[in-house]
Design a binder for this molecule. Structure first.
Ligand SMILES: [Zn+2]
Length: 505
């Protein structure tokens, strides 16, 4: 059975969950659901990143310990994901004992292998990123390119990971694995950064103590980023007994990291090198996505342009929000988030196309077929047109590009609506022509429910139920096949309330 281990970045616990976080998490969820539906074994991980100076400072400002502070904040992410019906199998917090154990084991192995050494470092540091920047990366001479915050000069003695020693091996790895980082533009960005020359990186701090202690020198803690990356290993048992832990070999390196473009260097340069240094394979797949912009700017805590997932769900419903996030901003591109954009997409795709098809089919089955759905016809326009579109949708999902899967599913919906308008079964007398037209439309709805269920699980299940099928789409039960002809008919079709009532704005 193929395995699919999918991860989101772990989110910084100080941030409030916003739609930018939701964008990545909903995409990872849709991919996880698709792989489960086609029978793959899936493990889906998300969580929170809880160490570092910013967290320690915020806790101090609020007069609580850092642990109390993170205990208060972490549940906001778990709650946001519950509201969005995220189907993660694990939620990792980097302050958990299992994570400390994995970090110490992983970085301890790199140290034992001779790839971590002590040195003095001075550099320009953004407290928000918890990252040093080179002078030429700064904006306006002294500002962080992500936050626009003035960087600080910091000097400390600490331990360095000998990243420079991995330049050639990283280039070889990229050349041997041309599809490991997608899209290609991001792969090229990472590769040219590597080819430009790599410097050793400072991976510990003595100036703070809110972190995982360095096992061979307890005056130091690991710098938050190097602790955070290890979460992908912790969750699959790396720190546990045995060579790597009981389930580690089961899931690694067949991992699919979904990340934002601002963390390419950490994931596409540092992380594969650290894996090599620890003697494990680098991750098999890293998929880089763009940013959801509001008024042209990335959402962030300091910019006060955050929209919460909860606000949108209250307004549009969970499936419409999920659909918008998956459909309107293709993975790899930047997108613009606006209420006008959501309303336009909602009315065009959900109210007019999908909602209309579901409603008219059920109405006409009620009036012409006494509410009993006819079987899919073996031939006819839909039988010819739809299978190719289903293949197109399957290919989109299989490539990890939900927008392509959904685009093709909407072609099926438009074909089915067009065919009903051509035949006009509502004007005809009951008989074979009406049966074929309605059976074809019901079959199209069955297939659409299967194709959209990773994006809109609740809506897909409701369509499935209304057209009289047992179970839920994607559960592998009867009517689950993606080939044309799975709708056998002879079952009650229910006309319910509008799935997506049209909106004015
Ligand atoms: Zn920054």
């Amino acid at each position: 059975m193929p395995r699919f281990y999918v991860t989101t970045p772990i989110y910084y616990v100080n941030d409030a969950p916003h739609v930018g976080h939701a964008y990545c998490t909903v995409n990872a969820d849709a991919l996880a659901r698709w792989h489960r539906a086609v029978g793959d074994e899936v493990f889906f991980l998300t969580g929170t990143d809880e160490h570092g100076q910013k967290v320690a400072r915020a806790a101090e400002e609020h007069g609580v310990t850092a642990q109390e502070w993170t205990d208060r904040l972490a549940p906001r992410f778990a709650e946001a994901w519950a509201e969005l019906e995220i189907s993660n199998d694990d939620f990792i917090r980097t302050t958990e004992p299992r994570h400390r154990q994995a970090v110490q084991r992983f970085l301890g192995t790199i140290y034992d292998n001779g790839w971590i050494v002590k040195d003095t470092y001075a550099g320009l540091y953004c407290v928000d990123c918890e990252q040093y920047y080179a002078a030429d990366e700064l904006v306006d001479g002294n500002r962080c390119p992500v936050h626009g915050r003035v960087v600080e000069t910091l000097e400390e003695e600490n331990y360095f990971f000998r990243l420079s020693a991995f330049q050639d091996r990283l280039v070889e790895w990229y050349e041997a694995h041309p599809d490991a980082v997608v899209p290609e533009s991001k792969r090229n960005e990472a590769l040219s950064f590597i080819k430009g020359g790599l410097q050793d990186i400072s991976i510990t701090r003595t100036s703070i103590d809110w972190g995982v202690p360095v096992p061979w020198d307890d005056r130091h803690v690991f710098y938050v980023w190097y602790d955070a990356l290890v979460n992908y290993l912790t969750a699959i048992g790396y720190g546990e007994e045995g060579p790597h832990g009981a389930t580690f070999e089961r899931w690694w390196p067949a991992v699919h990291h979904l990340i934002g473009k601002e963390i390419i260097r950490f994931h596409c340069v540092w992380w594969p090198a650290m894996c090599m240094a620890a003697g494990i394979d680098p991750p098999a797949a890293i998929q880089v996505h763009g940013w959801l912009l509001v008024g042209g700017e990335k959402m962030s805590k300091s910019k006060l342009n955050q929209i919460t997932p909860g606000e949108l769900i209250a307004d549009f419903g969970v499936d419409a929000v999920r659909y918008h996030l998956l459909r309107d901003t293709p993975l790899g591109s930047d997108g613009e988030l606006s209420v006008e954009g959501i309303v336009a997409r909602y009315n065009a795709d959900l109210a007019n196309n999908l909602g209309n098809l579901v409603a008219r089919v059920a109405t006409v089955v009620g009036s012409k077929c006494a509410g009993v759905g006819p079987a899919a016809p073996a031939s006819g326009r839909l039988a010819r047109a739809v299978p190719g579109l289903v293949d197109e949708a399957v290919a989109g999902w299989a490539r990890g590009l939900p927008h392509l899967g959904l685009e093709a599913a909407w072609k099926v919906i438009r074909e089915a609506n067009a065919e009903l308008e051509r035949v006009e079964p509502w004007k005809a007398d009951p008989g074979p022509v009406v049966d074929d037209a309605l059976g074809g439309a019901l079959e199209a709805l069955r297939l659409v429910a299967l194709l959209v269920s990773p994006a809109m699980p609740g809506t897909a299940a409701e369509i499935w139920r209304r057209i009289g099928l047992p179970g839920v789409p994607g559960d592998g039960g009867p009517g689950h096949e993606l080939a044309w002809g799975g709708y056998r008919g002879g079952v009650g079709v229910e006309k319910g309330p509008a799935l997506f009532p049209r909106r004015r704005g």
